[in-house]
Design a protein around this ligand. Sequence first.
Ligand code: NDP
Length: 326
Amino acid sequence: AKTWTLKRHFDGFPKASDFEMKLEQLAEPRSGEVLLEALFLSVDPYMRPYSRVRMKEGDVMIGGQVAKVVQSRNPSFPAGSVVVANCGWRTHAVSDGAALTPLAAGWPQEVPLSFALGAVGMPGLTALYGLEEVCQLKAGETVLVNAAAGAVGSVVGQIAKIKGCRVVGCAGSDRKVAYLRELGFDEAFNYKTVTSLEEALKKASPEGYDCYFENVGGPFSSAAMPLMKPFGRIAVCGSISLYNDTTPQTGPYIHTHMIFKQLRMEGFLCSRWARKDQEALQKLLAWVKEGKLKCHEHVTLGFENMPAAFMGMLRGENTGKAIVKV
Ligand code: NDP
């Protein structure tokens, strides 16, 4: 098996020399085990902050993949079946089944398997739980989402539209902004080219925001917080603008807004509602089948290009879910 390891802990933005490809000799699967072959691998922002806390130098990079069972000694995962496997940046792996999830029941042939890493997988669940559980979104409300053209953000906007809300999204290129409009966002703008973020956010929704789905953090939060409506809810999903910082930023200073507007701000991990995953995946899959949830993918070809795909995603090269096809 080929693997990608963390050669050196990232210092600031990841570099190609921080990764090292290694060959791994795999043992034959024993009773209860399966041999997996990766079809699609996911590159996600969480890998950057988690590398520091969950990995030591030399470890195989963490991550999920859609894999085919090529040999099975575990009746729950027969040979030929497709699973979502949390087994890191590896082309092949032997698993005892613990880190495996079968594809959502009734997965239709016309839905690409790679969607299990995106809209019908962890990013889709994150969007759904952030809106339903954390924001407790209601029809007619106005939702703001940043990193809106990405894996989570694009699903956030579309679910909010399905639920009868008004949606404002921000992304880092004009092409991405056009994509957001295609997806049905009511307002969208390029946060990199506006002269004032505050003015652009105000213009997009003069009456303010009921819900703010936060993927970015930092200066964006400082601009968005004053525009929350009274009793607004902020789902803190991610803070990608801070992940590569070498010195922590100060601010945003939000207390006055939190108090006088009586806001609720809550950080969350999608794993909190794991017991609901199967039901939630069925909901997402149904929206995909009905054409209500569209999923663009940014596909990088070749396992050897995993680091490039990961760094490209952090730089914003992806529209939709960033994946690698082996
Ligand atoms: P995306 O597909 O959105 O890819 C990352 C995007 O972030 C890039 O395309 C880029 O888009 C944007 N970005 C990168 N740097 C910056 C920056 N400095 N300022 C603003 N935007 C930036 O990734 P995901 O959808 O997978 O993840 C989105 C967020 O959700 C992340 O913060 C991630 O950590 C979080 N997350 C949290 C989970 C949870 O359980 N809490 C689970 C999954 C994801 P652009 O061109 O628009 O700048």
